[in-house]
Design a protein around this ligand. Structure first.
Ligand SMILES: Cc1cc2nc3c(=O)[nH]c(=O)nc-3n(C[C@H](O)[C@H](O)[C@H](O)COP(=O)(O)OP(=O)(O)OC[C@H]3O[C@@H](n4cnc5c(N)ncnc54)[C@H](O)[C@@H]3O)c2cc1C
Length: 378
């Protein structure tokens, strides 16, 4: 199993639950722990401490699963062999869940004059940057598609509004959001409507159908794809996403990502599967979709090992929680079915759903690591 993120943890857990000691799964990851995407925002805005949101793989003890912390250097999908800093590994079945990397240097001026908030180190470092911010023009901007968790930039401006209000500097500030879509969440007109209303109520400026092409560090200007310019004192960017280098350098990458059968998640190489952000499935890059895809691959492997009937295929469904700030969370159910127009139903925002989102995280940590966790949020 390549990668111990959302997809890798779900797949390992499913297989261990079903096969126990019969399983011989090696779980490889270069990091020493897992962090939920939404925990990055919690840490940035001072709602959680970094130490409470890292879930260490040393705590992962599951029948049939061996975790090895190492960097994967090359992948041979024909031989189902990987080379890593800890040596070579051979597999009967290989599942790739290496996620998406971010490349802030691909956007001129972003590293010099702005901050990305999509990697763990950058989001954790922003905690201090935000605490030192004295108010001014804040621009949150997306630099390209695809990007992880399309609702996250909308959540970021709403959380920013609450953060600056609580610190008493909202009146001295402006908040703008630049997105390459015509609506905040295109598959859900209902959720998009609720977000646009929330932006309007809170005085957040919305710049649709544009991305941020470059920052001018001297003039502190964000240059948008239609050549308009936005002045900023604080720029938070969603950087360019790409598959990890080890994927690009392998025979797995087609058009930059791993192509799979969207129903079975199998690649063009027999017994090699790919799930989550690294794969081109037609669903957004989000943990809930990585999880759903991992569970379909797990079912196929279990059916094969136990000799049971044909396993389920992937249905493109997922539930997404939208943080409106001020302890209000909404829930969107999205479905991306093959050949159908994507659809998304909205519930909330409400305090009850904020509690449900905490349970979403803690129940997964409990299953994946066999221990309980609360986000430590205020
Ligand atoms: C700000 C933000 C908020 C988000 N909020 C949500 C949300 O509310 N809900 C939601 O569903 N999703 C959310 N996401 C998206 C979510 O975090 C990702 O889509 C999800 O983690 C993808 O799962 P994955 O298994 O494909 O990849 P990941 O979870 O990214 O896991 C990939 C793993 O591969 C490892 N890896 C990569 N390359 C190598 C290598 N060469 N050698 C060894 N290991 C390697 C990495 O260390 C990593 O652990 C958010 C993301 C962000 C940035």
């Amino acid at each position: 199993m390549l990668g111990a993120g959302f997809g890798g943890l779900e797949l390992s857990t499913r297989l261990s639950e079903a096969l126990g000691d019969e399983l011989d799964l090696v779980l490889l990851d270069k990091n020493d722990g897992f962090v939920f995407g939404f925990s990055k925002l919690d840490v940035m805005f001072g709602h959680s401490l970094p130490s409470t949101v890292v879930h260490h793989y040393r705590d992962l003890v599951k029948p049939g699963v061996t975790f090895v912390q190492t960097t994967i250097r090359s992948i041979d999908p024909v031989q189902k062999h990987v080379d890593t800093d800890a040596g070579g590994f051979d597999a009967d079945i290989m599942v790739v869940a290496l996620g998406a990397d971010v490349d802030p240097s691909a956007t001129p001026g972003l590293v010099e004059a702005g901050h990305e908030f999509y990697s763990v180190p950058a989001a954790f470092a922003l905690r201090e940057v935000l605490a030192d911010f004295k108010g001014g023009k804040v621009v949150v901007g997306v630099t390209s598609t695809p990007f992880k968790c399309p609702p996250a930039p909308s959540e970021t401006v709403l959380l920013m509004h609450h953060y600056l209000s609580e610190r008493g500097i909202r009146d001295d500030s402006e908040i703008s959001l630049v997105m390459p879509f015509g609506a905040p969440i295109p598959p859900s007109p209902e959720a998009s409507g609720a977000l646009l209303a929330a932006f309007a109520e809170r005085g957040i400026q919305w710049h649709p159908d544009r991305s941020v092409k470059a920052l001018d560090p001297d003039r502190k200007i964000a240059i948008l794809s239609d050549s308009t310019e936005l002045q900023f004192d604080l720029f938070l960017g969603v950087p360019v996403h790409k598959a990890p280098a080890v994927i690009i350098e392998s025979r797995l990458a087609v058009d930059g990502w791993v192509q799979v059968d969207p129903m079975t998640l199998e690649t063009s190489f027999p017994d090699v599967f790919a799930v989550g952000d690294v794969a081109s499935v037609g669903t957004p890059k989000a943990g809930v979709f990585a999880e759903g895809q991992a569970s379909v691959v797990a079912e196929q492997i279990i059916a094969r090992v136990l000799g049971t009937a044909e396993a389920a295929t992937y249905d493109g469904r997922g539930v997404c929680y939208l943080d409106f700030g001020g302890d209000l969370v909404a829930r969107v159910e999205v479905a991306f079915m093959a050949g159908e127009k994507p659809a998304g139903k909205l519930e909330g925002p409400s305090v009850e759903l904020a509690y449900q989102k905490v349970l979403f995280g803690s129940s997964r940590i409990q299953r994946w690591f066999d221990r309980s966790w609360t986000s430590g949020k205020r």
